[in-house]
Design a protein around this ligand. Structure first.
Ligand code: GRG
Length: 310
């Protein structure tokens, strides 16, 4: 379970940098096997840094979604934000933070996406409905789009791309929107996959304006009604998520060469979940859309091909 710093912080002995990275590796390997496997495609300098970032994101998410979430208050998130500031100031407060302090020193990055992610968790504390897609987009940016910004600081961009030798004054293109788009697409996918589980917790992430557009009510959703209105609504949501996957695809070639394969692999796996929802005839209430491990492995050569030629 998540450990928050005691207040006032007491001096304690923390683990070494290597041990801390090992803790992060363990966390990611345990909770997200596929993501972990795709990080193994990265260079060995970048790989542990991605683990450290992931571990922080996972722990941030746990505050609101994990077993101890019932005791999380806005003050818990204030403390977590102070702990984040301490990381960026070079002072780890717990054993996981040691690795992230090292990561942000080796790969300079902005603290803002980390703060934004905490703001996203705050939204989960007080909101259980989104009126418009614009509101949902902000939530998705905060809890998932930010991961793209954090990860690209580590993976790096291919600086030769888009800077023609005859145009050396021109700044290279920074694919910020594309970096964010993959997280948005993944979060929208998770929302569709988990719609039943969320409804059982009284949460509806699909914008209410979309429900109204398809004449499908909140009550229908809470009862898990699968009919033609629901199927049309889901087709619309899937189509929107795919637009974000396509946007992300357009950004991958700007990443440094060793980052392209893992990102293609992750993208193909995430977007595959949408196809499973379609194959399940949009019944995400009682059938969990799941891409089997063998299928994820089978798509690795295709992901590699795309990373070479697209
Ligand atoms: C495309 C370009 C230019 C860059 C890519 C930049 C990257 C690496 C973006 C990664 C975005 C990402 C994967 C965000 C994570 C968002 C999210 C909702 C994570 C939760 O995922 P899991 O913890 O795996 O959830 P499940 O296990 O429930 O599926």
């Amino acid at each position: 379970m998540l450990q928050l710093p005691e207040s006032p912080p007491r001096m304690k002995t923390l683990v070494s940098v290597d041990e801390s990275y090992e803790l992060c590796r363990h966390l990611i390997a345990k909770y997200s096997t596929t993501f972990y496997l795709s990080t193994l495609l990265l260079s060995k300098e970048k790989r542990p840094a991605i683990w450290a970032i992931y571990a922080w994101c996972r722990r941030t998410d746990e505050l609101v979604d994990g077993p101890a979430s019932a005791i999380t208050t806005p003050e818990t998130l204030d403390l977590w934000e102070h702990q984040l500031e301490s990381i960026f100031a070079g002072h780890p407060l717990d054993n996981f933070d040691v690795a992230l302090v090292d990561t942000v020193q080796r790969f300079p990055m902005d603290i803002q996406p980390f703060r934004d992610m905490i703001a996203g968790q705050r939204m989960d504390l007080y909101r259980s409905r989104y009126e418009t897609f614009e509101e949902l987009y902000l939530y998705c940016y905060r809890v998932a789009g930010t991961v793209g910004l954090m990860s690209t600081s580590v993976m790096g961009l291919d600086t030769t791309k888009n800077t023609a030798p005859w145009n050396c004054e021109q700044q290279p293109y920074i694919p910020i929107e594309e970096e964010i788009a993959l997280g948005i697409a993944k979060q929208l996918t998770n929302i569709l996959r988990d719609v039943g589980e969320d409804a059982r917790r009284g949460r509806i992430y699909i914008p209410l304006e979309d429900l109204a557009r398809f004449n499908y009510t909140e009550q229908d959703l809470l009862e898990g009604v699968v009919d033609d209105r629901w199927r049309s609504l889901m087709r619309f949501q899937i189509d929107r998520a795919r637009q974000f996957y396509r946007k992300a695809e357009r950004g991958i070639s700007y990443l440094s060469a060793d980052g392209r394969w893992p990102v293609w692999a992750a993208l193909m796996h995430y977007s595959g979940i949408l196809s499973v929802i379609e194959r399940n005839d949009y019944n995400a209430f009682t059938r969990r859309a799941y891409v089997p491990q063998w299928q994820k492995l089978r798509s690795l050569p295709a992901a590699w091909m795309r990373s070479q030629v697209l």
